[in-house]
Structure formats: structure tokens, C-alpha cells
Design a binder for this molecule. Sequence first.
Ligand code: AMP
Ligand code: FES
Ligand code: ZN
Ligand code: ZN
Length: 337
Amino acid sequence: MKCAVCRGPAVIDLRRHNANFCADHFLKFCRDQVVRAIDDHAMIGLGDKVVVAVSGGKDSLALWDVLVDLGYDAEGMTIGLGIGDYSAASTEAAVAFAEGRGLTLHRVDLREDYDYDIPTASAVTNRVPCSSCGMSKRHLIDKAALDGGYDVVATGHNLDDEAAVLFGNVLHWHTEYLGRQQPTLAERVGRAGSGDGRRVFPRKVKPLVRLAERETAAYCVLRGIDYIVEECPMAEGNRHLRYKEALNAVEAASPGAKQAFYFGFLDRAASRFAPDADGADEELPACGRCGSPTTGDVCAFCRLVERVAGREPVPVELVRPRRGGARRRQARTKARS
Ligand code: AMP
Ligand code: FES
Ligand code: ZN
Ligand code: ZN
């Protein structure tokens, strides 16, 4: 197996590009893909202050590494979600990366700062963990960007993530979400009078959309980045993971299918759904507690905090088996046998 660029020994084969690369040229390939995503989708301007949302996993650490390498002014922020050992190890990986490179990492901790955690929120609200988790992350990442005066938030969503979300949105014809599924979401300013033109949502970008999961993992290995390998224990069996498996099967039979699906959507279909997402331009009133934009009087994050803060912590082990696909699959197997 030879590198497509220098003919030296290759370390990775990229079937969807019909090419193999040596370590150096693979790293260059990754950086080039990020540069192209940033250019194609007007993600980051010259001199923009960037905050990278860092989970401690391969994607967000690879992203932070590439952005710094490309010369961007990129700081990190990480949220301790309180999901047992998983969260502890995630935060550790993020901190170790930042310390090792002398980078600034801002930390938010749900338990310390808001007196709740994701397992407890899931148990109290009786909803799947991913729902309070996703909402808390969105709120706190936006808040960190706005409070910290950053021009743009970068997240580590990769091609596999975006193709899986697209697949789910198409399966259920969530046309409103399809209208909003873009690698760059523009910032939004508040209504003149109430918000007097201040930003209420920061610009959000996904510079890894041109890289597959396997590629960001290889990037980290080659760059010596220690990332947390485990997936979130609470996400087991969630729909998103099942869509990824389905798309992986298609990709294995037809390399490049995932990329064609996602970028074909962006090029030829996304704009057709834009009118369905029109509400996104509506000017939202501010939350009475925290000032975030909301459709009601109090935003979903403040309502969650009010409901779950100070409750007796529920250990992750107690929440996980009650929900998720693993147990449901087991139950069905039993019923059949
Ligand atoms: P996920 O929703 O876990 O697929 O993560 C998608 C992206 O959200 C990651 O690539 C990160 O950029 C960001 N993210 C996930 N978890 C955290 C966290 N605990 N703290 C900060 N950012 C996160
Ligand atoms: Fe959010 Fe697992 S990371 S529920
Ligand atoms: Zn080479
Ligand atoms: Zn609020």
C-alpha cells in the first residue's frame, strides 16, 4: 500500500477517496479538508475569536488541534455532565490536552455550577438522558460564547454525525430541521428595543464535516492525542447510533455513499427546505431568568434547573438500564424465545 502523494509506505486507506496516505500526507489531507470546509461554508473569518466545544473525544480534540495548527485563535470550553466515570475521564482528557499545549480551557460543571447532573435530570424528568444533555450543552456552549465575547463556536460534528442526523431527518421528514441542517449557522441578534441588536445566538460551525469518524480517530493516533475512546454509556441504543450503523453498512458496500448523501443534500436539497425553517428568523423574547432567547417566559434550561437542582443525585448505573435500546432489545428477544 503506497501513499498517493509521495509513494512512501501508506498508513491508512481511504476507500471513499480511492487513495492511501502516509502519516504526513494523511495529516495534511485532514487539515486540507478542514480548510476547505471553513472556506466553502464561510465558517471562520480572519481574526475571529473561536471557542471550541471540547468533549474529550477524538473529534473535538482533533478539531482544536487542527484549528490551532492552522493559526486560529481558538480556546476551548468543556462541560462536566456528571455521567459517572465517563464524564470524569472526558474532562481529564480535555484538561490534559489543553495543559500539554498551553491552551486555555474554560470549564463548566453541571453539579458544581448548577447543582444537577445528567443522570439525575433524566431520572427526575423521566426522559431519555440525551434530551436534557443536548439541551444543557446547547445552552451552556452558547452562553460561554456570548459571555466570553467569542465570534464563533466550533463543534466536532463529523461527516458520520451529520449524515446520521440527515438520515433521521429524512426518515421522519422533519422538514423544519432539514431547513436548518447546515455546517454553519449564522449568529442571531435580538429584536431592536428588547435586545437592542445584541447577539442572542453565536455563529456555530462544524469544520469536521468533510472528515469521517475513522479519520478523526486516525488523526488523533498519529498526532499522539489521548482521547476518551468510550462512548457515552447513556447513549447506548439511541436512534442516532442505529442510523450510523445503517449508513456504515451502505458505505461498506458503496464507498463514498455517505459523503454523496450529505453533500448532495447541501448542494441540491437543503435550500428547498429553508422556508420550513423560517421560524428560525423570528425574533424571540428573552428568558425572564437568564436572558436567553425563548419562546415562553422562562427558557427550557432555566426550567430544567428549577426542576432538578438540589435533588438527591441519581447514580448513572440506576438510570442506564431503565432506558435505551439495549434493554428493549433484550426484552424482545426474551419474548420471542
Ligand atoms: P455529541 O453531541 O456528543 O455527538 O457531541 C457533538 C459535539 O458537541 C462534540 O464534538 C463537541 O464539540 C461538543 N460536545 C459534546 N460534549 C461536550 C461537553 N461535555 N462539553 C463541551 N462540548 C461538548
Ligand atoms: Fe449526553 Fe450521553 S453525552 S447523554
Ligand atoms: Zn506521503
Ligand atoms: Zn433561562
